[in-house]
Structure formats: structure tokens, C-alpha cells
Design a protein around this ligand. Structure first.
Ligand code: CA
Length: 423
């Protein structure tokens, strides 16, 4: 139903992030009305509660919830069936009279987090990012010896995961200049973003029952953009010996739409070949099918607008253009398998960040830490302003999309955040 030949009677879908081949789910509200599930199509959100009579009766309870946890817990079979039904409703003219009144302009709705996030973990699988950051500390030996064996991650904080658009309040914290004797407390001076993909967990696993790597893809309900806002000065002082804490957990932003593995299927690619010097993945992380199709050809872009740029009507400044395909040393399936390898249980609606996705070349770096070389090479903006890190009023927009031969372009939408002064 959702192959490239299918088209919809929703005209704005053509060429948008949300053609009929995408059909991502999200949670929206209009005015003071209750939150509900919707699907993005062109410039619209289709209200799933409004068309619930046209859907399988068995799905109604789960699709009528104000969050998607229960629906996503049903797994891929239900996701595929809903997707096929939605494609039918949006392509077949016979349903148009019933469905069209349930389309609401995306500019008229407010988007919310798609799930109650029980847990959020962030990985570090962007090998070029890990290398670039490592070089700033250890020029000759940027990657630590565990990197090519272990998908490195840490537990983040679920309560501060917010949907795109939430203001980024500059965090206070302890920061210590390298030449200072003691730290000071105050607003971060090295506020940064991190361009990442987010992975939404569908079906979970029981405590003590690892998810084998060959089954891991079935537990992934979808993908989004994720911005792991980071205060580099707080991070540098606090991270040893237990890793990131207050430098990261003041806010994590995600794009609102859950883009399904089914929509992304045409854009799967073989994992990038490992260099001959690299170890093979240990058997619990190795799967032939995942080697063949574990990489995602998702194009990534980050733009910055400052307050002055907005005032002067200057177009957003492109900070980077890259791709997830060659950036991820470990696949999403390997991330899930590793996360559960010790028996740790994932639950429906859990969120996992990939880690910052930078390209090998300088045109696709996923953080200001890398672009400004740790603050030593500020970037010049069209207004004459310069930036090493983010100033109050700066707005960062992450965008992602997929295109390829024989496939209709789809987009993940946007993840936006504007920095506000410390409260
Ligand atoms: Ca991160």
C-alpha cells in the first residue's frame, strides 16, 4: 500500500516531509482540547480519534489515549496494519468525504511528547564525533580502547525530555576555568547542542531477558530527531569519574513525530565497513541481516538564527549538513541489544539517543564544540556576529530527511530550541 507508486488526495503531501509513504504518528492538541493521536500528512494532522470508526475496533482503546505508549507496545504487526489502513483511507477517493473533515492544519495544532518517557538513555555511537572530541583531550589517541567493543552510553533523565519548541533555559552550574584554582557557580558560558537521532522503544522486554540483536529491530517503534543540549563548561568539571550529569539533564528536545521503521525501510543501507584493524563485534552484537541493512541513510542539517539575524530578516545560517549513514559505528539494533544484554528491561515509550552524529568531513559536524574547535575558532555569521557557543536568543533547528533512487522523499520534521537567559 505504501510503495512509491501510491499517492494521496491530500495535495500538500506531494514533496513535503510527510507524503503518504511516511505517515508518522504524534500527539497533538487544539486549543484547550484533550491531547490525542494524529498522523502527519502534508500540511495536516489527521485526527485518529476523529476517524476511529474507520479503524479496526480492536485498536480503538489504544489509539484513543493521550500518549502512544500502549499503541507502540503492540509492536510491528499492528503498526504495519494501521499504516496500510491509513494509506487506504488517504488514497482511495471513496473515503475522502469521511476523512477530509478530520484533517487539521499543522499550524493550528500544538504538538506534545508522543509518549510518557519512562527512561531515557544516551549513547555515543557517532564515531567521528567521538574521535573529534577525543582529539581535543588526547590528540594521539582520541578513542579509548573500549570504543570499538562497547556501544558506550549513559543513563539520561526522562523528566527533562521535552518536545521541540520548549525554551532552552541557560543552566547554572559549577564551572572551572583551566587556570583557575577553584570553580565558580553561575550561568553556563559554553552552552552547546548535539545533533542526534532518537529511538522510540515499542515492545519492551522482561527484566532478566535480553533482546537478541537479531530481534532488536522489532522492538524499535520509530525514530525522531533529538537535541542533547550540553553545557560544556559544567560537563568538563563534573564528568569524572561518573560521566555526564547536570551538564546534560537540564533539557533534551525531540521532534514530535514518530517515524516508523516501515517508512524508513527504503533508506536502510549496509553498515559501513569496519577497517581491517578494528575488532569484529562480539557475537551478541553481530547479526548478518543487521550488517546488511543496519545503517540509515538519513540526511541531517543544523541551522542557527540569532536574535539579530531574525531582526534583520537574515536567512538561517547552516552550521552543518551531514548524514547518519556513515556516522554510526553501532546500529540501532546493536544499541538495543547492548542496552538489554545484562537483562536491563526496556519499556514501551523509552527513549534512546544515538549520540552526536558528525560526518568525517568538517561540513557535517554535529556540535559547536567540534565546529569551533573547543571554542578556539569562532564561526562568523552574516550579521558580523561570531559564535563559539550559544548566546541567549540563539535558535537551533535540527532537520532530517531521506531521499534515494526509487523512493519517495520523506522527512522527520524539525527539532527546534531557542536559548533563554538563566531564570
Ligand atoms: Ca549526547
Amino acid at each position: 500500500m505504501t510503495d512509491h507508486a501510491v499517492s494521496t488526495w491530500v495535495e500538500s503531501a506531494q514533496g513535503s516531509d510527510f507524503p503518504i509513504q511516511n505517515l508518522p504518528l504524534g500527539i497533538f492538541s487544539v486549543g484547550e482540547r484533550r491531547r490525542r493521536a494524529g498522523v502527519a500528512i502534508g500540511d495536516f494532522v489527521l485526527d485518529l480519534v476523529g476517524i476511529v470508526d474507520l479503524l479496526d475496533e480492536e485498536w480503538r482503546d489504544d489509539l484513543s489515549q493521550p500518549v502512544l505508549n500502549a499503541w507502540l507496545a503492540r509492536g510491528h504487526e499492528a503498526q504495519r496494519a494501521l499504516r496500510e489502513r491509513l494509506a487506504e483511507l488517504l488514497s482511495d477517493e471513496q473515503y475522502r468525504d469521511d476523512v477530509e473533515p478530520e484533517l487539521i492544519g499543522q499550524t493550528e495544532v500544538r504538538m506534545h511528547l508522543p509518549c510518557v518517557v519512562g527512561d531515557y538513555s544516551d549513547f555515543y555511537v557517532g564515531i567521528h564525533h567521538a574521535t573529534n572530541v577525543g582529539k581535543q583531550f588526547r590528540p594521539d589517541n582520541p578513542l579509548l580502547p573500549n570504543y570499538k567493543y562497547v556501544p558506550i552510553g549513559y543513563h539520561g533523565r526522562a523528566s527533562s525530555v521535552r518536545v521541540s519548541g520548549e525554551p532552552v533555559i541557560r543552566p547554572n552550574g559549577q564551572r572551572k576555568a583551566p587556570d583557575a584554582d577553584a570553580p565558580e557557580y553561575g550561568p553556563s558560558r559554553r552552552l552547546d547542542y548535539e545533533l542526534e537521532l532518537g529511538i522510540w522503544i515499542g515492545e519492551g522486554n522482561e527484566l532478566g531477558s535480553p533482546i537478541p540483536v537479531a530481534e532488536a529491530a522489532e522492538h524499535i517503534a520509530g525514530y525522531c530527531l533529538l537535541n542533547d543540549w550540553s553545557a560544556r563548561d559544567i560537563q568538563a568539571w563534573e564528568y569524572q569519574p561518573l560521566g555526564p550529569f547536570l551538564a546534560k539533564n537540564f533539557l533534551t528536545s525531540v521532534s514530535p513525530w514518530v517515524v516508523s521503521p516501515q517508512a524508513l525501510a527504503p533508506f536502510r543501507r549496509p553498515m559501513p565497513p569496519r577497517s581491517a584493524a578494528d575488532p569484529e563485534p562480539l557475537p551478541y552484537l553481530d547479526d548478518a541481516a543487521d550488517r546488511q541493512s543496519g545503517a540509515l541513510a538519513i540526511q541531517l542539517q543544523v541551522t542557527l538564527t540569532t536574535e539579530r539575524m531574525r531582526r534583520q530578516g537574515v536567512a538561517p545560517h547552516v552550521l552543518s549538513r551531514g548524514s547518519a549513514e556513515a556516522a554510526m559505528y553501532w546500529s540501532a539494533a546493536q544499541i538495543v541489544a547492548h542496552h538489554t544484554a545484562n537483562g536491563c528491561n526496556l519499556q514501551p515509550g523509552d527513549l534512546i539517543g544515538t549520540g552526536t552524529l558528525s560526518t568525517e568531513s568538517d561540513s557535517g559536524l554535529g556540535s559547536l564544540l567540534e565546529i569551533s574547535r573547543g571554542g578556539r575558532q569562532p564561526i562568523a555569521l552574516p550579521t558580523g556576529e561570531t559564535r563559539s557557543f550559544l548566546e541567549d536568543g540563539d535558535e537551533i533547528t535540527l532537520r532530517a530527511w531521506c531521499d534515494g533512487e526509487g523512493a519517495v522523499r520523506i522527512g522527520l520534521g524539525e527539532c527546534v530550541g531557542r536559548v533563554a537567559a538563566t531564570s
